[in-house]
Design a binder for this molecule. Sequence first.
Ligand SMILES: C[S@@+](CC[C@H](N)C(=O)[O-])C[C@H]1O[C@@H](n2cnc3c(N)ncnc32)[C@H](O)[C@@H]1O
Length: 475
Amino acid sequence: MRANGVVCSDALRLDVSDPLGVHVRAVAPLHDGDLVATIPRGACLTPRTTGAAAAIEAAELGGCLALAVAVMYERARGADSPWDAYLQMLPDRESVPLVWPTDEAECLLAGTELDKIVKQDREFLCEDWTECVEPLISSGELDVDLDDFSLEKYFSAKTLVSSRSFQIDSYHGFGMVPLADLFNHKTDCEHVHFTSASDASGSDDDEDDQSDASADDQSTIENPSTSPSGSRANNEDLEMIIVRDVSEGEEVYNTYGTMGNAALLHRYGFTELDNKYDIVNIDLALVTQWCTSKFSSRHTRARVSLWRNLGYSGCTSQDSEYFEIAYDGEPQLELLVLLYIINLKPDVYDRLICVAHDFVGDEEHDTLSNVVKFVEALSSNQNSEVNGLEKLPDEKKLLLSGSICSALLSLADMREGLFGSNTLEDDEEKLQACSITSERKLYHSLVLRVSERRILHRLRKFASSGSKTKKRKHP
Ligand SMILES: C[S@@+](CC[C@H](N)C(=O)[O-])C[C@H]1O[C@@H](n2cnc3c(N)ncnc32)[C@H](O)[C@@H]1O
């Protein structure tokens, strides 16, 4: 296999028999360390290598937006494009939720981590198109037809960029890499790595690209050595190297990173059953909603404020703040601390706010240790608990009082309520009956729903076991 200077080992074969997409297979056994492909950087389609490079630079387009414009431009050039043969091999678009019919996406993703994100992506991409793409084409600088750069074509190009681009190096930024993008993904079991002999890949373009539908965990080329970001091109070829033995006939997998199902579906349009990197999030807004249903709004505001003054916060993205629940159902420590503070008795809370500032330590667990010790010392049942606190073997266990566990159970119910009125078992049955080939969108959205609901189930188990093993009256 040779094209545009791309060289690929004869030991690899492209299997195109699957309607769901191509697979790369080994024709002969491959061994750890084998070099299976070299790809000149100039063969990659990037904002620097495209014929539209000057216009893209003049318009100051960056990151994935610039790459999507490059893809649309080279597609519009047809046979005149040096990437014509490569582009002809690509699907028109990847079936990621961004391009699912709006009603269908809304219905299939309801309650999942992608529910809000996909709606936001659409809004941001429409803004990008109106503010950047349309003016660039209307300026006439590229001498192309606006139809080739329509909003629909922009969305399609974005799906290819999200599912097939790599961050090449600091000079090229994101690019489409022929051949390297033929390998499918397998979590933690990949056979091949994409590497460059040198140069830094640390472009910060993606940080500027707020509208990127997939800025999470962008595929990056591994660099054994790194050098400071530069503005000149590195001419060394990119390489694909075997990192795990492959038997003859076996599919050769790459890895797109360690991603949960929401990220995989968002960016690539597929999911994996039992993906240990799955998480489900609980928004801070849901916690405050629960809190105001039990206490007053004033109580809620004051307790969140104390939690913040102690140096805590949730994870943030776009305009939301949230807490992660891990695959095994364990909640993020910050959520437990917030629930702990919410549940403090008024007199304990009043004493704590006076000294909170002094309790903020360099390490998260120092702050927690200080707070818990202080609260325990004020509590009537201090004897049995204070001794155990000296070593702080596990901060999370310390926080699992009956009231916090019951708060977690309520939050699990509220989060589950976002999925609608059917049950996890209903979704599991639907998934069993669903075809991955003919009902692809339904299948992957059900895997996502089931994965997230199983985590909530494990959160309930976590909370129930916590409240059983630790019958404490405090706080
Ligand atoms: C970089 S391309 C890989 C090559 C691709 N199979 C093709 O047909 O050209 C990424 C796309 O391949 C598909 N894909 C990759 N890994 C997959 C997997 N483990 N299960 C299902 N689809 C996968 C998804 O459609 C994804 O968007």
